[in-house]
Design a protein around this ligand. Structure first.
Ligand SMILES: [Zn+2]
Ligand SMILES: [Zn+2]
Length: 309
């Protein structure tokens, strides 16, 4: 029997990159501690923050909800609010919404739902259908990314949020850095890290408190805690460059167990150095909605204009 190195009980997990074997209790504690460490190391929160947690209903965001709600209890001035963006994807989002609501009820966290249909007049499914009709190649992940960001900005304004926390784990962050390198998008590369301050005033800083936790350990945490989560993948998840990057990094990781932490550290250092020299785009005001924009229109209005709504 493999024994926990901290207490001698039966181990449930052996952490290959550190050699540490841990029992259930100490594994869970190590993950909670890793979130606290990230919050401290990257100075993610202030004691009086109003934190909006982007809650999809998947295992990662439910894990973050659970851990942050525990941490928040020690900070009576801080407020944690869950936000679920409903893109309007048939057969996918409804189950996740129910799971998200139930989890918030259990933890007594206020929960707000922002739907594409209500905010923008169209669901993601409808955008994809219209794209076909007007002869565009549908790019659901691009549309979703732009409108989700806009929805979260609207939520931040309405709910007076000072931070947005997302459940990106170590794998996600390393993939995003690499993906933006592969796209040649240096501005996005430098804003791929655990803390992203917006170039726009009034738009809250985005933080990723699970940046130090590998994907596999988030899954184990969710399983050990018995979280009910949306098990199916978004039907629009396709064979994008991101999946190739994921395969590549996973292959590296399986041969060189701590390489993801090393990549994270290197990317962060490069990004921090580049920040001094890369000029951020000039901020203007969207002529349709008044939101901060880099061109005449903000990205969301630009997209919606193409679909003539
Ligand atoms: Zn133990
Ligand atoms: Zn706009």
């Amino acid at each position: 029997m493999l024994k926990c190195q901290r207490c001698g009980e039966e181990a449930v997990y052996k952490r290959i990159y550190s050699g540490e074997a841990l029992c259930r209790r100490h594994f869970l504690k190590s993950i909670d501690d890793r979130v606290r460490l990230a919050i401290k190391r990257y100075k993610m929160f202030s004691p009086d923050d109003r934190i909006g947690l982007a809650l999809s209903g998947g295992k990662d965001s439910l894990t973050l909800l659970y851990i942050l709600s525990k941490i928040e209890r020690a900070f009576p001035e801080a407020k944690l609010i869950a936000i679920t963006v409903d893109e309007g994807i048939k057969g996918y989002r409804r189950a996740a919404l129910r799971i998200a609501s139930e989890a918030c009820e259990k933890l007594k966290i206020p929960h707000h739902i922002y739907g594409f249909k209500k905010l923008f007049g169209l669901t993601l499914d409808e955008l994809v259908r219209i794209a076909f009709e007007i002869g565009l190649k549908p790019r659901p992940c691009i549309y979703c990314g732009i409108l989700r960001r806009k929805a979260l900005n609207i939520a931040s304004e309405e709910l007076k949020l000072s931070k947005i926390a997302t459940a990106h784990n170590l794998d996600d962050v390393v993939q995003t850095y690499m993906l933006n390198l592969a796209h040649g998008d240096i501005y996005r590369f430098i804003t791929s890290g655990p803390v992203t301050e917006s170039k726009f005033t009034g738009v809250p800083t985005r933080v990723k408190p699970m940046v130090l936790i590998p994907e596999r350990e988030v899954s184990l945490y969710a399983a050990l805690m018995g979280f009910k989560f949306q098990p199916t993948q978004c039907p629009y998840t396709g064979s994008s460059l991101r999946s190739d990057v994921r395969v590549l990094i996973n292959r590296l990781e399986s041969k060189h167990p701590s390489i993801m932490f090393t990549l994270l550290k290197s990317f962060e250092e490069i990004a921090n150095n580049l920040k001094q020299s890369v000029e951020s785009p000039k901020v203007r005001k969207c002529s349709v909605c008044g939101s901060p924009a880099t061109g005449d229109l903000c990205k969301a209005c630009e997209l919606l204009a193409k679909f003539k709504v």
